[in-house]
Every structure is written in C-alpha cells, then in structure tokens.
Design a protein around this ligand. Structure first.
Ligand SMILES: NC(=O)c1ccc[n+]([C@@H]2O[C@H](COP(=O)([O-])OP(=O)(O)OC[C@H]3O[C@@H](n4cnc5c(N)ncnc54)[C@H](O)[C@@H]3O)[C@@H](O)[C@H]2O)c1
Ligand SMILES: *[C@@H]1O[C@H](CO)[C@@H](O)[C@H](O)[C@H]1NC(C)=O
Ligand SMILES: *[C@@H]1O[C@H](CO)[C@@H](O)[C@H](O)[C@H]1NC(C)=O
Ligand SMILES: *[C@@H]1O[C@H](CO)[C@@H](O)[C@H](O)[C@H]1NC(C)=O
Ligand SMILES: CC(=O)N[C@H]1CO[C@H](CO)[C@@H](O)[C@@H]1O
Length: 723
C-alpha cells in the first residue's frame, strides 16, 4: 500500500518547496516522516536553497499523524523507533533551529502533527477557511510533536489549553486573530506569497520567529499556575476516568516552569506513556471500528453499487416517522410522509417542523435553509406519491395485520426495485413479509430515539434480504449521517438484545439489598451517560415492562423476574413522564432521589426472597460493575456466537452509539477482552451457583476462558473452531 512520500522542488528564486503527498489528507505516516527528514537534509545542504516553504499536495496541508501507524506503535508497546522521527531532531534542529527559514503554506487542514509541523516553521500563511487544531486528546494521546509547548507560546495559555482539551479546531480567520497564522492569503496566491515571505525572513526583512522561544504570549508564572489549576479541576470533573488530559497539562506546565526544551522532553515521555495506555488503544480501535461497520462480508464485497436515492417514503408521522423524515430532509433527500387522516398528518408535519425549528432557534440553521429543507417534505394521505420512491420506511403502530397490509400495498404500488423497510421493534420481520413476494426487498430499519439526533442505525437483515438491498440501506445510512450497522433478525436486534441483562442485573441487585441510587452512581461513574434506574425513568416503565416481556418470551431460561416495576406502576409511578419513578422530577425535569422509593424496594425484596440469611449483599463498587456488566458481556457473546453481527467490532460501535457505553473503554467486547474471558467466566460461574441461570456463562465465553482466545475473534474463525 502506498503510504505517502515527500517531494522537493527548488525554484529559481532560491526557495525549496517541500510538499507532503499522502492522499486524501496527507497524513504523517512513517514514510512521510522519513521523506521529510531526507528532503530537509537536502534543502539544508544545497547552496542554491536560501529558504523553505512547507506545504501539502492538493487542497490540504496535513490531517496529522497517521492513525494506522499509531496502531503499529501500540502493538510494540511504545517501543517503535520510527516514532522518534516525530520528535526533537527533525522539528527542533532541522526546521526550527536551522539557518534557513521555513514558512508553512496551509490550505484545508492543519491538524495534530500537521499543525505541529507548521508551528516549527518561522511563519504560517493560511488560505481562507482552513481548519487548524490539535485533536490528539480524542484518540487518548497528547500532542507529541511539540504542540503542548509551541501552541501556548503562539496563542497564550488559556486558548491553547482550550484547543487541546476540547480537540476543536479554529478557522484560519480565528487563527489569524490569535496569532497562530501570520497572514491569510487567497488559495491561488498561497505558494507565491509564502515564497516571498520565506525570502524576506532570510533577508531579515520580516521577523525570524522561533515559536519555542517566544515568551510574549505566555502569562507570568503565578497566573499560569492558576490557569492550569483551574483547567485540572475542570478536567477532573468532566472526564474523571481519563488520565491523559491531566498528563497533557503536566507537559504544558513543565514547559512553563523549566522552558520549552524541557517541556518537549516531558511531552515526549508523556506521549509514549499515553500511546501505550488502554484508553488510547480503545479509542484507536473505535476509530477504525466505526469506519469498518460499512464493510460486511458477503454483502459489500460483491462489487454491488448503491442505487440512486432521491426520494424516501415514510409511513406514519409519529415520533419515529417524523424523526426519520427530519434526518432525510436535513441531508437533502426528498420525503413523502403518509398518514391516515388530515389531523395526524398535520401533527406529523408539525413535528418535523419543530425538529428543524430547534436548530433555527439555536442559530444553527438560517431561515433560508429552513425553507429549502422543509420544502423537501411532502405530506400525503394516499399512495399516489409512492410511485417513484427509492426506499420506504414503515413506522406505524406495532400491529401485525396492519403492517402486513401496508407491505402488500407497498408491493403493488412502489417501483419493483424499491427497498421496503420496517421500523418494527417487536414483530419478527419474517411475519411482516410473510404474505408478499418481494421478500428479498424487505429489511428492518431501526433508529434510536430521537431518530434525527442519535447516531446509530441498525439495518436488520433476514435470511431472504438481498445483498443489494443492504448495500442501498448502508448508503442511505451514510447519506443521513448515521453510523449504519448490519445486524441479524432476533429479539431486540444487536443493541437492546445485548443490553437486556443491564437493567435485569440492576433489579436483581436491588432484591439482594442494594440501593438504586448507589447503583446508578456507580454505573454513571463507570462512564455510562446514566445508571439503569435513571434510564428506566427516562424510557418509561411501560416500555421497560413491554420489552421485558419480549425477552421473557424469547429467553425464558435467563430472565430475572423482579416485581419492582409492577409495584411502582400500581401506584402510577411510571417514570419521568409522570414526574415520579425511581426519582422525582421538578418542573425543570431535574431528577432527585425520593425517600418513598425505599418501601417499594423492600416490598420487592421480600417478594423475591433471594437475599441470603436476610442480610443485604456486601459488594464493592467494582463488584457492582461486574454483576451488572458481566451478564451484558455474556449476552454479547451469544450475539457473536449466533452471528447477529458480522464482526465483534460492530457490536463495540453499537454499544457506544446505541447505549452510550464509554468510547474510551473501546466498546463492550473490546472492554471484555481487556479484562479477559477467564476472569469474567469465573465470576459469572460463582454468581450462577448462588443466584441461578441469569448468570450462566454461554458456550463461547466458556470456550474463550478455557483457550485464552479473545472474545472478539472473528465470527468466521469462530465457526471453524466451533466449540
Ligand atoms: N424499536 C423501538 O425501540 C421502538 C420503540 C417504540 C416504537 N417502535 C416502533 O415504531 C413504530 C411507530 O412508533 P411511534 O412511537 O412512532 O408510534 P406513533 O403511534 O407515535 O405513530 C404511529 C403513526 O402511524 C400512523 N399510522 C397508522 N397506520 C397507518 C397507515 N396505514 N398509513 C399511514 N400512517 C399510519 C398513526 O396514525 C400514527 O400517527 C412502531 O412499529 C413501533 O413498534 C419501536
Ligand atoms: C525495545 O527495543 C529495544 C531495542 O530493539 C530492546 O532492547 C528493548 O528490550 C525493547 N523494550 C521493550 C519494552 O520491548
Ligand atoms: C421563508 O419562507 C417564508 C414563508 O414562505 C417567507 O415569508 C420567508 O421570506 C422565507 N425566508 C427566506 C429567508 O427565504
Ligand atoms: C430498545 O430499547 C429502547 C429503550 O429501552 C426502547 O424504547 C426500544 O423499544 C427498544 N427497541 C428494540 C428494538 O427492542
Ligand atoms: C423510522 C422510525 O420509525 N424510527 C424509530 C424506530 O424505533 C426507534 C425506537 O427504538 C425510534 O426511536 C425510532 O425513531
């Protein structure tokens, strides 16, 4: 594979243009670093070169460090010598410390390592609207090419810290204000202006500025310490489970106390440490896993092309139908929305309008764009407008005869190529399509509420769904900017199925004597957006009980039957919508623990009778996490075993995007493999002996525990080595 190269052109005016070539974003791979060194050496040696312009081929400067190289580095546990090319020698000696000045000519992107290279130059010129930033923290590492030292010296400490901690880039225009770039130049004049600028520096007609030695933007030591202290406090609050943002601040601080060079050494030490950490491995894994969900063996490797997608039909303008319609028109796809009567139709259209208006009110959408977007939506009461739709998504109430009728209407009216998708959550797709011939065109389209906000899109295939239909739906998912995952047809599909033991285990812990608020606190500090009881309040107990019934039917051997929900519901406590569930809610929907809940917990406990010797179980926080998440891992193993997902990394992404599992733990299967199947299985077996089948490890988990094979081993290998 071509991993990029660097070119050198010496112009007649004595300026050497060094250009990074590595499409699409000119990322900095090992060959690119080697090329930069070699070309810099040559330019510094040649007598006909007076000054240097550094730039990227095409319309981007550089998107930063090559993440594939990062993975290689992690495999050697931080012991890959190629990485040292990033560091002090090239940047500090050959570029910044050289007798020939460098000017960076920035277009498009200068992110991460790309911006770090640019900051080693003696001046930076940027085309309008380029993006400049240091997003390294997003991948669990810190800037490792001098960014922690040079950025504060160019833009001041508070802004530099903000840019690094938030990973958010700034535009050329803002960068100019901040002092990060010296001038904004139209793209067509960028290189010629940079050449003149470089010669002017060489001739001392423009200042020769070494970023690492600048001090004018740095705050006095006392003030700097205060700023860092505040940043540390904020970071500990916002990301209590992450250590790398604090390490980044350590590197910044070292430079401020002991000088830029000492800071660079500290930075490089911290960078290596972070790179080898589990968090960085997890975040890099997630980066690739997310891009891999669109690749499905036996589907996307058949050279099928997605067919044209101009118009989508949505049936049902309820909560979900309107969410989907919103997602489509926001991305330029025409929608025809069908309802049963004029009032319901108006209500559906109004929901879509309200979704868009919330962006207008926040200033994220202009009125003109609102008009253009809303014009893509057409409401209807009949099927006339369905004659030229490319995809139909059915989102009506969960009634089998109704859905069957709709699908047989659709088969008659829609084009013979049209994809027919259902958003059913509880009815088997095979039943919905039972009475039609177009079975290969039927699939499930499962969004997460609210559909225009949540990123995950589960595409459900049956044994008859045609690969072309899946290719079309994957393309549709990308067009509406979702992360599409193709999954098999089973109760709850991939995400809800995997996570059904999550609330069940929590209910079981309550009956063993634990407090709901303690459980929620522990689970939230593990990194979930909220604990299982707060989530139940949000979703509503009726929905919770209904999905519980689905699992009871499907997996009667391993469902824990708690009485807690029915007891609460008897007293009309249904969750947040009744302002009373496990928490009570004020007018501003703020959740507060409710002392009254205790009596329901006690009642549920006495009905269940599983508490041993009438004594509440004693568990550490870590043990609580095990009791809640190990059954989830166990179900994930079944999902893998049954081939509900085509690869383990799809389930990682689904758990992160669908349930809010913390990305810095890499997803449910990745996290399980970090813990190791052996420990998980042995813990589950202990729980199984005490509390029954709910905890019984499945065959795949036992197999991996016995052999040491990772749980994430591909489904293919799994079938081969079949247990
Ligand atoms: N997967 C999940 O987690 C989940 C959760 C809730 C609902 N759902 C599913 O989503 C679907 C819709 O749910 P909702 O909350 O939007 O329901 P809703 O009741 O808010 O909306 C359904 C709408 O469809 C309309 N409708 C009914 N028959 C129609 C027909 N023949 N032609 C056109 N419109 C028709 C109804 O008038 C109603 O406005 C259901 O299949 C439901 O099971 C899934
Ligand atoms: C790193 O590499 C060096 C040189 O190849 C080797 O001597 C050293 O043992 C390695 N260290 C680790 C931790 O692998
Ligand atoms: C948007 O549409 C409304 C109603 O048709 C119209 O009054 C308004 O001028 C339009 N606004 C823009 C910016 O096009
Ligand atoms: C998944 O869970 C959510 C929230 O608990 C629920 O609203 C939805 O109906 C479930 N979907 C499926 C496919 O079971
Ligand atoms: C298109 C559609 O109806 N999407 C809905 C499917 O079901 C989920 C619930 O799991 C809703 O949130 C979506 O809006």
């Amino acid at each position: 594979m071509d991993r990029g190269h660097v070119e050198l052109d010496v112009c007649s005016d004595g300026v050497a243009i060094i250009t990074i070539h590595n499409p699409p974003v000119n990322s900095l791979s090992v060959p690119v670093f080697l090329g930069l060194r070699e070309k810099y050496e040559e330019a510094l040696k040649r007598d006909d070169v007076k000054a240097i312009v550094l730039t990227g081929a095409g319309d981007k400067f550089s998107g930063g460090f090559d993440i594939i190289s990062m993975q290689g580095f992690q495999k050697t546990n931080g012991n890959d010598s190629s990485i040292s090319f990033v560091s002090v020698d090239l940047q500090t000696n050959m570029m910044e410390g050289s007798r020939k000045p460098s000017v960076a000519a920035i277009q498009g992107l200068a992110l991460g390592g790309g911006l770090e290279l640019a900051m080693c130059c003696h001046a930076r010129l940027a085309a309008p609207k380029a993006q400049l930033g240091l997003p390294e923290l997003q991948l669990g590492v810190i800037p490792g090419g001098g960014g922690t030292q040079r950025l504060p010296r160019l833009v001041g400490l508070p802004k530099a810290i903000e840019m690094m901690l938030t990973s958010k880039p700034v535009s050329s225009e803002e960068a100019k204000e901040l002092g990060l770039v010296d001038a904004i130049v139209p793209a067509k004049d960028l290189i010629s202006t940079a050449r003149r600028w470089a010669l002017d520096i060489a001739n001392f007609q423009k200042p020769w500025i070494v970023s690492l030695h600048k001090t004018d933007k740095l705050e006095p030591l006392g003030e700097a310490r205060e700023i860092l202290k505040f940043a540390r406090e904020q970071t500990m609050k916002r990301a209590p489970n992450l250590f790398h943002p604090l390490k980044c601040l350590d590197a910044v601080e070292e430079g401020i106390i002991s000088g830029g060079l000492a800071g660079l050494y500290k930075e490089s030490e911290v960078f290596r440490e972070c790179m080898a950490s589990d968090n960085a491995k997890a975040l890099v894994h997630v980066f690739f896993a997310q891009r891999a969900t669109g690749k499905v063996k036996g589907v996307t490797d058949l050279r099928l092309k997605p067919r044209s997608l101009k118009k989508v039909g949505v049936i049902g303008g309820g909560l979900m139908g309107s969410g989907i319609a919103t997602a489509c028109i926001l991305n330029g796809i025409q929608v025809v929305l069908k309802e049963v009567n004029g009032d319901f139709l108006q209500a559906g259209l109004d929901r879509v309008k309200a979704n868009l208006m919330s962006s207008v009110k926040k200033g994220k959408m202009s009125e003109e764009r609102f008009n253009r977007t809303f014009a893509l939506l057409k409401g209807t009461l009949d099927y006339n407008d369905f004659k030229d739709v490319d995809i139909v998504i059915e989102a009506v109430i969960e009634k089998l005869p109704l859905k069957q009728q709709i699908f047989s209407d659709l088969e008659k009216i829609c084009p013979s190529t049209c994809v027919l998708a259902s958003n059913t959550s509880t009815i088997d797709l095979n039943l919905i399509s039972a009475k039609i011939d177009a079975k290969p065109r039927v699939a499930g389209a499962h969004f997460f509420s609210p559909a225009h906000v949540m990123p995950l899109f589960e595409i459900i295939r049956t044994s008859t769904t045609a690969p072309q239909v899946l290719v079309d739906l994957l393309d549709f998912g990308k067009k509406i900017k979702k992360v599409p995952v193709v999954v098999g047809n089973c109760p709850g599909f991939a995400v809800n199925r995997t996570f059904f033991p999550y609330s069940q285990a929590a209910l079981l812990l309550v009956d063993l004597g634990l407090d709901v608020y303690r459980i929620d606190r522990i689970v939230a500090s593990f990194g979930m957006p909220m604990g299982p009881f707060r989530l139940a309040d949000l979703v509503g107990f009726e929905v919770g009980v209904a999905s519980g019934m689905t699992y009871l039917e499907a997996f009667p051997d391993r469902v824990y039957k708690s009485m807690l929900f029915p007891l609460l519901m008897e007293d009309k406590r249904l969750g947040e919508k009744t302002r009373k569930g496990f928490y009570i809610y004020d007018e501003r929907r703020k959740a507060k623990p409710d002392p009254e809940v205790r009596k329901y917990l006690e009642k549920s406990r006495s009905l269940s009778g599983i508490m041993q010797n009438n004594k509440p179980i004693q568990l550490s926080d870590e043990q609580v996490i095990e009791v809640i998440f190990f059954p989830v891992i166990n179900e994930a193993c079944r999902v893998l075993e049954e081939g509900v997902v085509s690869k383990a990394s799809d389930l990682d992404i689904a758990s992160i995007m669908g349930m809010g599992f913390p990305p810095y733990r890499g997803g449910i299967v990745f996290w399980a493999d970090l813990i190791g199947a052996k420990h998980i299985a042995s813990r589950l077996n202990e729980l199984y002996r005490s509390y029954g089948n709910f905890f019984k490890p499945c065959a795949w988990l036992e197999h991996c525990a016995a052999t040491g094979q990772p749980l994430s081993t591909s489904v293919d290998n799994m079938v081969k080595s079949r247990l």
